[in-house]
Design a binder for this molecule. Structure first.
Ligand code: AMP
Ligand code: MG
Length: 410
């Protein structure tokens, strides 16, 4: 049994990174930037009015009421191109360019218009109601850097600097293989002794959200020969396989769920061994997730995760997600860490570190509180549906009410 930190180090060491490709901005959310993003223009590109009103010279409003001659207008998309002189004003709309010679805008509510003149009812200060050129960003400045994961909030910035297409790192391809003679497809009605396959779809979604392209393989029964065949096919060892999509196994991860413990029908490890896989570890000091396996076969990284859906979720999050992000050269591959206060006691495990799913809430004192989920065991994925984070309980310890605990945000 190895500590979690060592398992992570091994995964980091064995994981390769992929090259870059160019994609449309529209499809970029969740992908990892393979280039630095620069502002190709000042923003705002000119001194810009924040209000509908009149562009004026501050000095002209020192004596009130000031009556100024309206000499034209500046609208968004078409500014006023002559220079404004003393005693003049230009009607201006929100977002329009400030005319030369003007140094402030008075909003329309504080003006009165009559016979081609405008009366300014309140004095203005220099730069009032103006966004200065380049006050948001200067041309050439770096906006985002290589390795950042693109999120929805970044799209407007990328669009405004002309990144209709952009360079991102290629997506790892992930194949998901669930094992278990008791497992039937989601659309099927389980018969006696059967349950539905909840792992494959969950993993597909997790993998996609981590930036991978995920594919669910047909699930396999607990049969040694079949499992061996299916693993061989999934890693591209079976050349006779017609529907093999493994053209570039280097971009691949295979996740197998179930069959990694020591039961009579747990064939994942024996199958991997017989196929000649290099097994890097097969037991981690982690609850849930002790029998997690990490191996490589034909250049495909293989994660064997324990079958319980909650164990699958926890081990995916701790081990597989960082590998997926590393393959895409993401800057932050590790889960986001934080601290929160226990609302109640949380029991750890004697011989293993625990990462237990919990929900989070805030209280009126502004503290982030940990609410434990009522687990009846690591198979309780109904409780897991409400999880926001994993709480860390060190080996041999328990957490007491009001203890501050380390959490990983899901
Ligand atoms: P195993 O790791 O194969 O011993 O499985 C541990 C537990 O997880 C058993 O109760 C299995 O029935 C359950 N399990 C395994 N695979 C799946 C799956 N794909 N979906 C839902 N439950 C599963
Ligand atoms: Mg099983």
């Amino acid at each position: 049994m190895i500590p979690i930190s060592e398992a992570l180090e091994i995964i980091r060491r064995e994981t390769f990174s992929l090259d870059a490709e160019t994609i449309d901005l529209e499809n970029s959310v969740g992908r990892v930037l393979a280039e630095n993003i620069e502002a190709d223009m000042d923003l705002p590109p000119f001194d810009r009015s924040q209000m509908d009103g009149f562009a004026v010279k501050t000095a002209d409003t020192s004596k009130l009421p000031a009556s100024l001659k309206i000499i034209g207008e500046s609208v968004a998309g078409k500014g006023f191109d002559r220079k404004m002189k003393t005693g003049e004003a230009v009607r201006i709309m929100t977002g329009a360019r400030l005319p030369d010679g003007a140094d402030a805008v008075q909003k329309v509510e504080l003006t009165k218009e009559k016979n081609g003149f405008v009366e300014i009812l309140e004095a203005v200060k220099t730069a009032q109601n103006i966004n200065r050129q380049a006050s948001e960003i200067t041309k050439g400045a770096q906006v985002f850097s290589q390795g950042e994961i693109i999120n929805e909030q970044m799209i407007a910035a990328l669009a405004s600097f002309g990144y209709a297409k952009l360079k991102v790192f290629r997506q790892p391809k992930i194949a998901i293989l669930s094992t278990g003679s008791e497992i039937v497809e989601i659309g099927e009605a389980p018969q006696k002794d059967q349950i539905r396959n909840s792992n494959s779809m969950m993993l597909k979604i997790f993998a996609k959200n981590a930036g991978a392209e995920a594919e669910i393989l047909p699930q396999v029964h607990d049969d040694f020969e079949t499992l061996k065949q299916k693993i061989a096919a999934a890693v591209g060892l079976d050349s006779g396989l017609k529907n093999s999509e493994i053209r570039n196994p280097k971009s691949k991860i295979l996740i197998i769920t179930g069959g990694v413990s020591v039961g009579d029908y747990d064939f994942t490890k024996p199958a991997l061994r017989e196929l000649g896989a290099e097994i890097f570890f097969e037991k981690v000091s982690l609850k849930p997730g002790k029998p997690t396996v990490f191996a490589r076969l034909n250049d495909v990284l293989i994660f064997g995760l324990p079958g319980n859906p909650v164990s699958v979720a926890v081990t995916f999050f701790l081990f597989v997600r960082p590998a997926i992000l590393q393959m895409q050269s993401a800057k932050n591959c590790k889960p986001k860490k934080g601290y929160a206060v226990c609302s109640d006691k949380i029991k750890g495990a004697k011989e293993r570190d625990s990462f237990l799913p919990v929900s989070l809430s805030t209280n009126e004192k502004g503290s982030l509180m940990i609410e434990s989920l009522r687990f009846s065991g690591s198979s309780n994925f109904i409780a897991f549906a409400h999880a926001d984070a994993l709480v860390f309980v060190p080996q041999g310890k328990n957490l007491a009410k009001n203890d501050v605990a380390e959490i990983l945000f899901l």
